[in-house]
Write a protein that binds this ligand. Structure first.
Ligand SMILES: [Zn+2]
Length: 684
């Protein structure tokens, strides 16, 4: 037996005598798909799923159905100050933190059907080796340079405060909780010294500035090459290109690639052996190490090179917009400098999925943890709800009513209904066996489904998952229409043979729907296969619209694919529903107040600064209602405020209370009082 050296297919013809035989067929396109590595310092949540995991999984599942040569790699990001910070908070060692969250997140992803080829981790020895080797090449090539740097140092803690050990006000947008490495609010990449009023995240200590020698990567030198390379990317999402252009405009800054920390991968150069490699320099190399781990597991330890060191491979990074700079600028520049690896082909980055208006941010503990969500809902329902509301081009809002509605009105009412009515009818009238075909049935539906599949393919190719899902559900609508138009419940009475033919077609359509839906809701597709009593071998993209089930084939047991759902009473933590006593409630002093003035807070889309009068007292309150009211709508209104709230600063402006408002999804209305009540009245 001889394999083609290029595509590895077994060659069936009689080979010529040469040893190196190149298969005459075109070599299959190779793909490496990555989802952003997950920090192993907390439980993964739905925001992360919407940003980088679900779109990648849908894409990979589609490509596999197509027979493409694709590997899907991801893993836990286990170094950096985020991990050490969590360890300090939980009072355990960093190793305990990474073990706990790596295992938990790996399980959540499996439970949600994220079909990695490997979910590796950066604490693996193989990654340490790969990252050190990568770093050493850059050093040996003379690319990295030493610079004495001013670093923030806490004398109280006797340590340098790098990255997330430091917090302060963002110099770009004024956000007060910007970290030492990045502002989560505006996405700017920062260094600790740029922060205004920096404080230690560990002790609150105000740091001093101390000199320290660091190695630097000359990112500024790569700006022209990066710009030229990115200019050729005509099929990238405009939002991703615009982020990059923005950074080019500001001018790329050289980056320190070493840190004075204990937790991390030690720098492989004697002179700097007490330092570690900056986590954002070694973590992306984790995609390469994970691929090595994958092929080591498969017993082909060198095969990773056929992907990473083959210039035609399409490397695709899925991620949220906060990671664009690392994947579109810094990692490609490092790969250019190194020279041995393929550069990214596309970065279909997503915006944020908001829940209750705020970004699902794991580092702030907002949002819904996947492992908890899966106790309430089937994974496919979550996958469907997120896919149909994916933040592809702008931030989107997520709420549980939408999940329930999509299950009841789409999955159950359209797809589930079609499968159920066909299978129930077949069981009662045709003994649960695929009935015979009939020459009089209308078969145009198969052409329509094939046409739809082509359109869906083109959406997948362009990373338009929402559009692909809409078209997929339209196929299920088409199927219901076919069933209704043919009225099998009447046909069975006066033309049983034709009725058999119609049902035969409907069963073939169920099979096509099973394939079409499988990138989105794979668990349901497995159930469909069970209902059809078939195995995965009939599940390939080219079988869509084909008649795969022979008449006489016995179907399996019917299952209701999507039981009706009700809104859960709670999906958030139990604390939020805890009852309070009247005494506890009476601690909150609510008063009426009149809005005297209202103005926008500079650089903020959401905030207004309001002056209010409550009896004899005047107050200033900063409130996040700017997207819902214009200032003139508010002036003169009698509103309800929390009067005894400790004052706080928002974007540097003091706020002496809180305005009450009702919120549902993206709709917000402030609470006013009925009739002609004066300001300063008690509300209870
Ligand atoms: Zn900022």
């Amino acid at each position: 037996m001889i394999n083609c050296i290029s595509c590895r297919n077994v060659l069936t013809f009689n080979p010529p005598s040469e040893i190196n035989i190149l298969h005459s067929m075109k070599t299959k396109q190779k793909y490496i798909v990555t989802s952003a590595l997950t920090y192993a310092n907390g439980y993964t949540h739905l925001g992360h799923i919407a940003g980088s995991l679900l779109p990648a999984d849908i894409y990979v599942r589609y490509r596999r159905l197509n027979g493409d040569d694709i590997i899907y790699v991801c893993g836990s990001d286990e170094y950096g100050t985020a991990i050490e910070m969590s360890a300090i908070k939980e009072g355990v060692s960093p190793t305990e933190i990474i073990n706990k969250y790596h295992e938990a997140n790996k399980k959540s992803y499996a439970d949600l059907g994220i079909s990695f080829d490997i979910y590796s981790r950066t604490s693996n020895p193989s990654h340490t080796e790969t990252a050190r080797e990568f770093f050493k090449v850059l050093y040996d090539k003379g690319i990295l340079y030493e610079k004495t740097d001013q670093q923030l140092f806490s004398e109280k803690e006797n340590r340098f405060l790098a990255d997330r050990f430091i917090e302060g006000t963002c110099p770009v947008c004024g956000y007060e909780e910007a970290r030492g490495d990045q502002c989560e609010n505006c996405g700017s990449s920062l260094s600790p010294l740029q922060l205004i009023n920096p404080k230690s995240k560990i002790s609150g200590d105000t740091p001093v500035i101390k000199d320290s020698k660091q190695l630097y990567f000359p990112l500024s030198k790569y700006q022209d090459d990066l710009n030229q390379w990115l200019s050729a990317k005509k099929n990238w999402k405009p939002n991703v290109i615009n982020y990059c252009k923005g950074w080019f405009k500001t001018g790329l800054q050289d980056r320190a690639v070493t840190r004075d920390l204990d937790w991390g991968i030690k720098v492989p150069i004697d002179k700097y052996k007490d330092k570690v490699i900056y986590v954002w320099i070694e973590a992306p190399v984790g995609y390469i190490s994970a691929t090595k781990d994958l092929f080591t597991e498969r017993g082909e330890p060198d095969k990773w090179k056929e992907y990473w060191q083959q210039p035609d491979t399409k490397l695709i990074h899925f991620l949220g917009k906060d990671n664009v700079i690392f994947h579109a600028i810094i990692f490609p520049a490092m790969l250019m400098a190194h020279g041995d690896y393929v550069l990214v082909d596309n970065i279909p980055a997503n915006e944020f999925l908001n829940m209750g208006g705020e970004k699902f941010s794991k580092s702030k503990g907002i949002g819904s943890v996947v492992k908890d969500v899966l106790k309430v809902y089937e994974p496919d329902i979550i996958r469907y709800a997120i896919a149909s509301n994916m933040p592809e081009n702008k931030d989107t809002e997520f709420n549980w009513e939408d999940v329930v509605n999509k299950n009841n009105n789409e999955l159950a009412a359209i797809l589930g209904n079609f499968v159920n009515r066909v299978v129930v009818f077949t069981k009662s009238k045709f003994d649960n066996v695929v009935p015979a075909k009939h020459h009089e049935t209308q078969n145009e539906i198969f052409d329509e489904i094939k046409k739809a599949a082509d359109l869906i393919s083109s959406h997948f190719e362009k990373f338009r998952f929402k559009d692909a899902l809409t078209e997929t559900m339209n196929c299920a609508r088409m199927a219901n229409k076919y069933f209704n138009d043919n009225e099998p419940w009447n046909l069975i009475k006066n033309n049983q043979d034709k009725c058999a033919g119609v049902l035969n077609n409907c069963i073939q359509i169920i099979h096509s729907l099973g394939i079409l839906f499988s990138p989105f809701i794979p668990f349901t597709s497995d159930k469909i296969l069970n209902v059809l009593n078939k195995d995965m071998s009939v599940f390939t993209w080219d079988k869509i619209g084909e008649e795969v089930l022979k008449s006489g084939h016995r179907l399996g047991e019917n299952h209701i694919l999507f039981p009706q759902l009700e809104l859960p009473k709670q999906t958030e933590s139990a604390e939020q529903n805890q009852l309070i006593t009247i005494d506890e409630f009476s601690k909150v002093k609510l008063k009426t107040a009149k809005v005297l003035s209202c103005e926008a807070v500079p650089k903020s889309k959401k905030l207004y600064k309001l002056k209010l009068k409550s009896g004899n007292i005047e107050k200033q309150i900063v409130s996040g209602i700017a997207e819902h009211y214009s200032p003139e709508d508010l002036i003169g209104k009698i509103v309800v405020i929390v009067d005894n709230l400790k004052s706080a600063k928002l974007m540097g402006i003091e706020s002496q209370g809180m305005l009450l408002a009702a919120k549902n999804g993206s709709s917000l209305k402030i609470i006013t009082v009925d009739g002609g009540m004066t300001d300063g009245a008690n509300v209870s």
